[in-house]
Design a protein around this ligand. Structure first.
Ligand code: DP6
Length: 357
């Protein structure tokens, strides 16, 4: 069989309630539920080329996917990072027969041993700097890998588009590769608890998302290490219970479209996560001088007023600002004036991973 190419694109997602601390590190099962906003243009592209040469191999190739669009950056992965990707692609290919059978689809027989899989990926933003590149990239690795070992690519594409149970099954497999990636399959607001991640309906106004890019250097402490270290903080005590309550409040606020309450809860939540980092047995920090300056400048906007913003930070120095779309123009101007045009990335909420046919 000649070679075939599979292209997937998955957006990043930004947690308003954080996944931080694991109950089971092998399966990436979280200590507490989380809630996130799926983005759109801040995303990863993954291309898998399946061919019959050198069967049985999965290779990471540090090149741009051929068919991807836009200005893209190929992540520079350590050998450990490459191994993590390869192991995940292998996991997806091995699980495909079982997963497909549950959704009326078929996989190529002996997909793992009969073919070679060349994997290329690129992001529309700097990786490992707190814009959740592992969420977007692992969601796209998962989708492209399953597509590459399906027997009928049209049937696969149809099922991915229309069968929510199938999409959620892929999200569960994706979670094992990187936890937060399970929230990049749907949107715009996604709730993840235990094994299940799904979009929730809300009355939130249409939002716009800005990133204040304080630094695009890769972070020194990976999220996987952070998940372990937070439990050594004296502030960890009671965190799962506290987050459960905060999650319940956030869900209620999202349901009725109460942007002010969402903003207050998101603000407390990211400060709490970063406090865990700062008070771990071996303290660490993602903050830089620019992060603190920006937070100081943003803090008056977290109280209810006409120009309120939802502010959050991931495991990185950069700051995410979500505002009502009707105020986006004023916010764009304000952020450009304060931080400069080049330091501001802009996006909007989206609906999750896409397969290109
Ligand atoms: C701070 O999903 O990157 O972004 O499961 O070990 O791959 P692994 O961790 P990862 O953790 C993300 C942590 C976070 C918060 C969040 O996205 O909820």
């Amino acid at each position: 069989m000649s070679s075939a190419t599979f292209l997937a694109r998955a957006p990043s997602n930004i947690a308003l309630i954080k996944y931080m601390g694991k109950k089971d590190a092998t399966a990436n099962l979280p200590e507490n539920p989380s809630l996130s906003v799926t983005l759109n243009g801040l995303c990863s592209w993954v291309e898998i080329q399946r061919s019959a040469s050198e069967p049985g191999r999965v290779r990471w190739i540090a090149e741009l996917p051929h068919a991807a669009q836009g200005e893209l950056l190929v992540p520079s992965l350590s050998s450990e990072g490459q191994q993590k990707v390869i192991a995940h692609v292998e996991r997806c290919i091995s699980l495909a027969p079982e997963v497909f059978a549950q959704h009326g689809l078929s996989s190529l027989p002996d997909a793992r041993s009969r073919f070679c899989y060349n994997v290329r990926s690129a992001n529309t933003f700097p990786s490992a700097s707190g814009i959740a590149s592992s969420a977007s990239s692992f969601a796209a690795f998962t989708l492209a890998s399953f597509a590459a070992c399906s027997k009928d690519r049209d049937a696969f594409a149809r099922a991915f588009k229309t069968d929510l149970a199938f999409r959620r099954h892929l999200a569960r497999v994706s979670r094992v590769g990187s936890g937060s990636s399970c929230r990049s399959f749907e949107g715009p607001f996604v709730f993840w608890e235990e094994e299940h991640a799904f979009a929730i309906s809300t009355r939130m106004p249409e939002l716009r998302h800005f990133v204040i890019l304080v630094s695009s250097e890769p972070k020194a402490v990976s999220s996987s290490q952070a998940h372990l270290q937070v439990k050594t903080s004296p502030l960890w005590q009671g965190r799962p219970e506290r987050v459960q309550k905060r999650t319940d409040h956030m869900k209620q606020a999202l349901e009725v479209g109460d942007l002010f309450s969402v903003a207050r809860l998101a603000w407390s939540e990211f400060w709490e996560m970063h406090s865990l980092f700062h008070t771990a047995a071996e303290p660490f920090s993602y903050w830089q001088a620019g992060s603190i300056e920006a937070l100081h400048w943003l803090s008056p906007f977290v109280v209810p007023k006409s120009s309120s913003a939802i502010v959050t930070m991931d495991a990185g120095p950069n700051i995410h600002v979500l505002v009502a779309a009707e105020q986006a123009e004023a916010w764009r101007q304000r952020l450009h004036d304060r931080f400069g045009v080049k330091a501001i990335l802009e996006d909007r909420p989206g609906s999750g991973a896409v397969l290109y046919e």
